[in-house]
Design a protein. Structure first.
Length: 559
């Protein structure tokens, strides 16, 4: 099963995640919704004041969800999102499920009643997952199951208020009041990429459609919720870019919102974001190009212990704590003996705490959650930790290498990664630095066996003169295929984000006619999908290392 793209922010780089869940945080999220209630919870959705939406086409007397007169359908959009309380803060969502635009729905559409209260953005502990599948079949049973979100975690304190319709398959509510349903269709398959193409669901250009109860809903994030369309919209099949690749089209609807954008609230109270981080990089990309291996690190010195994970090209500190160990005493006498005993006892306590914390970080449901562990120390703590009887044997069995570092903390973490590079040779963080070092060697030798920049690289690719293509994971270029509907001429453009704002690129130079957008995809994604057709190797690198930063800023991030 292939999901169109992630709706929820699933990656949490801490062991215990303290979320932003104050009353002011909640009110800031509530303000993103297209509400009609003036900030005060209604007694019921039925009694709520709404805003009329007038559609001059697209509906009949039987399909209109409101009043129909003289080929005009008028329906009421009702939405109210309010916050209250202090510890915990709760958020109440009330909606009739109808958008504030005219959807393209050839069948009957009706309003609904959604009314629930839930703890806002509750803290989570990734060592206590709601689901913890241990096999592919178990994972399939969760991911490919329309009822997987029927039960809400108890920490969310979900309450379905009186008068609300059933929300068993509801994942959340969009900022335009439309239901965000489970990512599966009623057939328990991906609605847009099912194994049997005959099961592909028909949606409109806003990626919405009605269910068997005639309630309009989304299965994936819709940019129409953020940028409300005016007038009539087409169907997905009638929109070339949508019909060609619904996933890329869905992401393209957020082209004007390439930042961290609130698009809804999940049924468990967590905020739902769009497909981009605050940096402007696409959220799914981090997981898409990431090596599956996860390696744990335990970094110890006399000042602190740090626990981290290297996952693909991402390095994360999961936990750390400070320690104050006494230094060795040079003077003799009875006091020195007592001091030595005290020092040994404190070291033992330190080792014990490190052992206990390692279990918190690297054991989930009685299983080690990383593929291997690197021990790194400044003052010979490795042997003490490895030999102590309090160090969990399950973690001991996963130790791949012990390295000696000069510094502790995050500097020591970086040094440990470097010292363990041979062991971690398949990690993209290491692999990327190695391939970039080879690239810079060719540059220094002026061998002629390299190229850089978008234009030169594409030319070399076209003539088959590339063996390994290197590209920055956040390379800011989008590939467009445009069609002139008068001449049927097709052309391919590679545009940076600032160029995408210029209308001239999307118009015929001679007539000024607007060109039809057939395909739009980030160049990184296009290479991922097509590099094998060119018979080349593809290396996607990060800019988090010195080599990566130099490649991005000095060589345009592609070569």
């Amino acid at each position: 099963m292939t999901s169109a793209f992630l709706l929820f922010l699933l990656y949490i780089p801490v062991i215990y995640g303290t979320a932003s869940n104050s009353l002011s945080d909640c009110n800031a999220v509530a303000a993103k919704f297209d509400t009609t209630c003036g900030g005060i919870a209604a007694s019921s959705v039925t009694a709520m004041t709404g805003v009329n939406v007038t559609c001059s086409s697209g509906f009949t007397s039987t399909t209109c969800p409101g009043t129909y007169s003289g080929s005009v359908c008028v329906f009421s959009h009702k939405l109210c999102v309010t916050c209250s309380g202090s510890s915990p803060v709760t958020i109440r969502v009330q909606s009739n499920g109808l958008p504030r635009y005219c959807p393209n729905v050839p069948v009957t559409l009706v309003g609904t009643t959604i009314d629930f209260t839930v703890n806002f953005n509750p803290d989570v502990n990734i060592n206590s997952p709601v689901h913890n599948p241990s096999s592919a079949s178990a994972l399939y049973g969760i991911v490919c199951n329309i009822s997987s979100q029927m039960t809400v975690p108890s920490v969310s304190n979900f309450v379905l208020n009186s008068g609300s319709a059933s929300v068993s398959t509801l994942a959340g509510v969009s900022i335009d009041g439309v239901s965000i349903e489970n990512v599966n269709s009623a057939n328990n398959v991906d609605p847009f990429y099912p194994p049997d193409v005959t099961l592909t669901e028909r949606v409109d250009a806003c990626l919405g459609h009605p269910n068997f109860q005639s309630v309009y809903h989304y299965h994936m994030a819709s940019g129409c919720a953020v940028n409300r369309p005016s007038g009539s919209i087409s169907s997905c099949t009638g929109t070339t870019a949508c019909n060609t690749n619904v996933s890329n089209y869905g992401i393209s609807l957020f082209n004007n919102n390439r930042n961290l954008t609130v698009i809804g609230v999940a049924k468990d109270g967590h905020v739902i974001y769009g497909p981009y981080y605050s940096s402007g990089s696409e959220a799914a990309e981090q997981g898409l190009h990431m090596d599956d291996s996860r390696f744990g690190f335990i970094i110890m010195d006399t000042n602190e212990a740090l626990f981290g994970v290297l996952h693909g090209n991402v390095r994360d500190v999961t936990m750390k704590f400070s320690v104050n160990l006494p230094k060795k005493r040079r003077h003799g006498g009875a006091s020195s003996i007592r001091f030595a005993r005290l020092r040994i006892e404190k070291r033992r306590n330190y080792i014990r705490k490190v052992s206990e914390t390692a279990v918190q970080c690297f054991i989930t449901d009685d299983k080690v959650n990383v593929d291997g562990i690197i021990l790194a120390n400044v003052a010979d703590f490795n042997s003490e930790l490895h030999q102590t009887d309090v160090f969990d044997p399950r973690i001991q069995a996963k130790i791949l290498q012990q390295v000696t570092i000069i510094y502790g903390g995050e500097i020591g973490f970086n040094q440990a990664i470097e010292l363990a590079s041979e062991t971690l040779g398949n990690i993209k963080f290491i692999q990327g630095n190695k391939i970039l070092s080879q690239y810079f060697d060719e540059v220094c030798k002026d061998s002629g066996q390299y190229c850089c920049g978008l234009e030169d690289t594409l030319k070399k690719l076209e003539i088959g003169d590339i063996e390994t293509l290197i590209i920055w994971e956040n390379f800011d270029v989008t590939r467009y295929i445009l069609r002139n509907n008068q001449t049927e001429e097709m052309k391919t453009l590679y545009l940076r984000s600032n160029q995408e704002k210029e209308k001239s690129y999307f118009q015929d130079k001679d007539t000024g006619m607007e060109l039809e957008q057939v395909e739009q995809i980030r160049l990184v994604d296009w290479f991922v999908n097509n590099y094998k057709k060119f018979g080349i190797k593809l290396e996607i690198v990060t800019d988090k290392s010195q080599e990566g930063s130099q490649f991005v800023h000095g060589f345009d991030g592609i070569g």
